[in-house]
Structure formats: C-alpha cells, structure tokens
Design a protein around this ligand. Sequence first.
Ligand SMILES: *[C@@H]1O[C@H](CO)[C@@H](O)[C@H](O)[C@H]1NC(C)=O
Length: 357
Amino acid sequence: MIFPLAVFLLQMGSSRCGLPFYNGFYYDRVMNDKGDTSGEVQFSGVKLMVETSPEAIYTHRGANITLPCHYHYAPKLHVPRKIRVKWSKLREDNTKEQDVLVASGSKHRSFGEFRGRTWLLQASSQEASLVIHDLRLRDSGKYRCEVIDGLEDESGIVDLELQGVVFPFQPHHGRYMLNFHEAKKACEEQDAVIASFGQLFKSWMDGLDWCNAGWLIDGTVQYPITVPREPCGGKDMAPGLRNYGERHKNLHRFDVFCFSSALKGTVYYLTGHQKLTLEEAKQACQDDGAEIAKVGQLYSAWKLVGLDRCDAGWLADGSVRYPITSPRPNCGPPEPGVRSFGFPKVGKFGVYCYKMS
Ligand SMILES: *[C@@H]1O[C@H](CO)[C@@H](O)[C@H](O)[C@H]1NC(C)=O
C-alpha cells in the first residue's frame, strides 16, 4: 500500500535539487497533464518488505512463544527510519481483526486478553517479533505483523497452532440442543474452546469419525467421517468432513466440536472409594484437594499424557466415561478412545478428578 506524502515536503525537496530526495527515499511526483499540483505523491524506488514464518508454529497451552517477524528495505537504507508495528489476530469468521499490540519506538501497548502477556521482541535492528506468554486456547490462529513506515505499510501472517485434541460434545439434555452461542459456552465449561475447521480437519486425518453434526468457530456445522456409511452422508461418498454449511447462530441447534490442549494440572481416577453418585463424586474430589474433572480435561489427559484406565468415572457434566490408549478386551472397541456411558440417571460409578499442580 502506498500512502500520500505531505506535498510541501516534496516541493521543498524538489525545488532544492533536481532529483527529489529525502531521507533515503526516492519519490516520484505524480502530476496530471495540466500540471495540477493537488499533490498526489508516490513513493518509489525503495520497497519495504516484511518476512514472517512460512511454516505454522506448533506449541501447546501454557507455553511462551515468539511469532517471528522481520522487515527490511530494498535497496538497503543507510539511515534508520522510524517505524510503527501493529500485531493483530485474524478472526475465523473473517470479521474485523482483533488488536493484539501496537508499538512505536520503545513504547508499546497491548489490548484486551493480550494485555500483560505480550511484548515486542526487537533483538536485532529490523525485528518486530511478538512474544506471547502463557498461551491460552483462544490464542491459536493467524496473526498479522504489520510494519508501518509512514509511507508504506507492509504485513505478513504467522499461523500459531496448538497441539491438542478435538472432541464431540453433547449436553446432558440430548442430541442437537445447542445453538452456536450455547455451543461455545458448552466447550468453555469443559475447559475447552469451540474447534476451528483446521483443528477438526486435523483430527479427521488422525482418524476421528463421528456421525453427529457439530458447530465450529466459523459458524459452520460439520462432522468427520473416515468410514463412509449410509446414515452418515451415504456409503458412496468419499471419507471426509460432511459440511452442512453456515447455519443460523440463534435458531439452529446441533452438537459441538470442542478443542483442548495441554493441562497445567493432572487428571486421575480416584481410588480407595466405594462407587459413588454424581454428588458424592464431586465431594470426593474436593475432599482430595481437587475438583471433578471436566470433559476437556479427560480428553487432554487421554490424548496428550496417555491416561489409560478401564474404570468408568463421573465427569463434571454428569457423564460417565473412561480413557483407553491401549485397547484390550472388556475395555470397549479395538481403537483407542474416550469411552462414554452417556449420562446415567441412576447407578454409582468411580470418578475422575483434576488437581492443579
Ligand atoms: C514463561 O515466562 C515466564 C516469565 O519469564 C516464566 O515465569 C514462565 O515459567 C515461563 N513459562 C514457561 C512454560 O516456560
């Protein structure tokens, strides 16, 4: 993008010498045939270039990371120029970008949930990398590094991905009960966030097969099928994500796909107890200095820590599940997974607790 330069600057410059020259930059004066001096000025000859990481950066919740961004001028400048840097986060639904940080000289300011945990890293003279501490689930996505030099404005994109696990979620009151807003909230209540298309796609590649449609963060409703079958989009369709497209966020109701990443604490099956009701189970975890585990926490422990336990236990949403990484007889199907007993109205079970470490 090219910004107009104040006219007087150029006129001063060009009146003093033949070739307009200012601070290492060449300018062309653009005039129409009538010699109109209305003053559209273009900057040419020197190009500002911004370079970011072409590869996605993979990390996990809780990590401290640097999103690399460097800039330079071509041809090279000998006089350093004052620049401003702006980092923003692209939104999944392509609405307005979210401000992350702006910096000018040694001053910088970060915004919203990025306040207090983002900095600009200027280890070398033409660096404008972004440091983010204590990554949250919502931090994953694409970031724009924008360098503004007053004349030119160039940007590059960095893709930040969290390693984690996608799981389908349906609340205790049944299938297809959540509108988009409720779906988002349901994931958050399970220590997770609503999944992105990229996250669901990656899970499908890893073998996720689920025949109930769920919301994604971009407002579409989809489900992943690895073994095509009649009730799941048809036997003759290729494996893939079945897509219902964008749905009305208030009126339409489905399940949801949630995403979770590494945990700060630990999930464990509480031993040394008789079988419990849900209320007793919550209390038993508290008595152990912990809390009853959320669904996202059990999935995270299963996928990222390899939790394997053939004992059904209560979770915070009122479901009963158990995590299997090494499938064996009497512990569910031959594939690894988190097995679910649904939401039992009667009966006693064990419990999975979550303790902060
Ligand atoms: C991130 O940085 C902070 C401050 O330097 C430090 O206290 C914390 O331990 C770091 N976290 C990780 C996961 O390295």
